[in-house]
Design a binder for this molecule. Structure first.
Ligand code: CP
Length: 320
C-alpha cells in the first residue's frame, strides 16, 4: 500500500508511486471544490498552522482554504504578526507552536532547508514545505503535474520547457525532480547566467535560445525573475531580457500545436510572459490555482488521516 509522510519536504526522495498516489487523491478532492457547499468532515478536530514567514498569495490562501474545506481549524501566521520580528528564532517559534498541539505546520521561509530543520526539531506534527528559499516547492510541482495530467490526459511522454530564472526558482527545481522521476523530458532556457550548464546533472537539456528550446514542447512554463534572492544582476537589463525570453504567441506557434502555457505565479506581464498568451486559450494559469486547493487538500488529508489508505478507502476514512 502506498503512503506518504511523515512530512512533505520536497519532491526529492518521492517515488513515482507516491506522486501518482497524491495526484489520484487530489483528483477526488477536486470534485469537493465544485459543490455548492464546499465542506467535508475529513479533518474535523485537526489543526493546521500556516507559518508563512515570506510573502505568498496562492500557496497560503490555498492551504488555508484546503484546511477549512476539510473542517480543520486553520491558523495563519505571517512574518509581520509573529514574534520572529522581535528576534525569536525559527526553532523557538516552531517549538512554541508545537506546544499548542497542531497536526500540521505548513512552512514558507526564505532560507533553503528551513522545513528540513523544522522536521528535525518538531517530533509531534507533520511539516509541509510551502517553499524554502532556492530549494523546493513540492506542492507547486504536484499541482502543476495535476494540471498537465488533466489537460493532456497523461503524465508521461511529456516535454516540459521552463523559461526564465531557473537558478533562483524552487518551483523549477521541484518540477525538474518530479518530471525526471516520471521519465519526462525537461528543458530549461534562459541566459547562461540563469540556466546554467550544471543543471544538465539533473537530467535536463539546457538552451539559451527560445526558438531552439520550445520546438516540440508540450508545456511551456514561464518563471518569474526572483530579484528577492541572490541580489547579483544576472541579466544585462530587463528590457533586453524580455525581448529574448518573454513567452509570446510566436513561441507557442513554434511548439506543438496544442502546447500549454503555465506560470506558477506571481508573474509580471510583458516581462516574463505576454498578456495575450496568459489570457489566451492555451493558458492554464487559472487551472493551476484551482488545482492547488485540491493538491493541498490531498497532502493535508494523507499526512493527517490517510496513513497509506488506498484510493477506494478515502471515502470510508471519513474523507469525501
Ligand atoms: N506560486 C506561488 O508559490 O505563489 P505564491 O508566492 O503567491 O504563493
Amino acid at each position: 500500500m502506498t503512503s506518504i509522510g511523515p512530512h512533505v519536504l520536497g519532491i526529492a526522495g518521492m517515488s513515482r508511486e507516491q506522486i501518482e498516489f497524491i495526484l489520484a487523491t487530489a483528483q477526488q478532492f477536486r470534485e469537493v471544490n465544485t459543490r455548492s457547499v464546499k465542506k467535508v468532515p475529513s479533518l474535523r478536530g485537526k489543526t493546521v498552522i500556516n507559518l508563512f514567514l515570506e510573502p505568498s498569495t496562492r500557496t497560503r490562501t490555498s492551504f488555508e482554504i484546503a484546511a477549512k474545506r476539510m473542517s480543520a481549524d486553520a491558523i495563519n501566521i505571517s512574518a509581520g504578526t509573529s514574534s520572529v520580528t522581535k528576534g525569536e528564532t525559527l526553532i523557538d517559534t516552531a517549538l512554541t507552536l508545537q506546544a499548542m498541539a497542531p497536526d500540521v505546520v505548513v512552512l514558507r521561509h526564505s532560507e533553503s532547508g528551513a522545513s528540513h530543520l523544522l522536521a528535525e526539531v518538531l517530533t509531534k506534527c507533520a511539516i509541509i514545505n510551502a517553499g524554502d528559499g532556492l530549494h523546493e516547492h513540492p506542492s507547486q510541482a504536484l499541482l502543476d503535474a495535476l494540471t498537465i495530467q488533466n489537460r493532456l490526459g497523461r503524465l508521461s511522454d511529456i516535454t516540459l520547457t521552463m523559461v526564465g530564472d531557473v537558478l533562483r526558482s524552487r518551483v523549477a527545481r521541484s518540477n525538474i525532480l518530479l518530471h525526471r522521476i516520471l521519465g519526462n523530458k525537461v528543458r530549461i532556457v534562459a541566459p547562461p547566467t540563469l540556466a546554467r550548464k550544471e543543471f544538465e546533472k539533473m537530467g535536463v537539456e539546457v538552451f539559451s535560445r527560445m526558438e531552439d528550446a520550445v520546438v516540440g514542447s508540450d508545456v511551456i512554463m514561464s518563471l518569474r525573475m526572483k530579484f528577492e534572492y541572490l541580489k547579483d544582476i544576472f541579466v544585462p537589463n530587463l528590457d533586453e531580457y524580455s525581448r529574448l525570453y518573454c513567452v509570446g504567441e510566436k513561441h507557442l506557434k513554434l511548439a506543438k500545436p496544442d502546447c500549454l502555457l503555465m506560470a506558477p505565479g506571481p508573474f509580471v506581464r510583458g516581462v516574463e510572459v505576454d498578456s495575450r498568451v496568459v489570457d489566451g486559450p492555451q493558458s492554464l494559469v487559472s487551472d493551476q490555482v484551482e488545482n492547488g486547493v485540491a493538491v493541498r487538500m490531498a497532502l493535508l488529508f494523507l499526512l493527517t488521516t490517510g496513513k497509506g489508505v488506498s484510493q477506494p478507502d478515502i471515502a470510508e476514512a471519513g474523507g469525501i
